[in-house]
Write a protein that binds this ligand. Structure first.
Ligand SMILES: [Zn+2]
Length: 123
């Protein structure tokens, strides 16, 4: 079968067999489902859990996006403050013309997916 998004269902080793999301009556592969969740959540709730990490070997450039990187922000600024045992990062970016911000506090850079950042729309 193909999902309504045009992709095959996602094989996820944890689940043992391919699966998909059903959103507003449409079947979506997990990547498209995740994209939909992120964008709908941002529009409706003004909130998003994104992931922020430094790309390896790219002069310390940051990556900001959702879990599957189906929503990726290119234009954002990061201010890093190095504390004694952690790093605080303040992020500012725009989504659909509105200003968003997020704060991340981490001990150090480990796996990309262990570095979530809670982001909110500015009022
Ligand atoms: Zn898809």
């Amino acid at each position: 079968m193909k999902c309504d998004c045009g992709h095959e269902p996602t094989f996820w080793i944890d689940y043992g067999e391919p699966g998909y999301d059903v959103i507003d009556g449409k079947t979506l592969c997990y990547a498209c489902g995740n994209r939909n969740d992120t964008i709908n959540g941002m529009r409706r709730e003004g909130e998003a859990i994104l992931h922020l990490y430094k790309k390896k070997g790219k002069n310390g450039k940051f990556h900001l996006g959702n879990y599957w990187s189906t929503v990726v922000f290119k234009d954002f600024s990061v201010v890093e403050i190095f504390g004694r045992d952690n790093i605080r990062r303040d992020v500012v970016f725009k989504f659909e013309g509105q200003k968003w911000y997020g704060v991340q506090v981490i001990k150090n850079e480990s796996s990309p997916y262990s570095n979530p950042i809670n982001c909110r729309r500015k009022r």
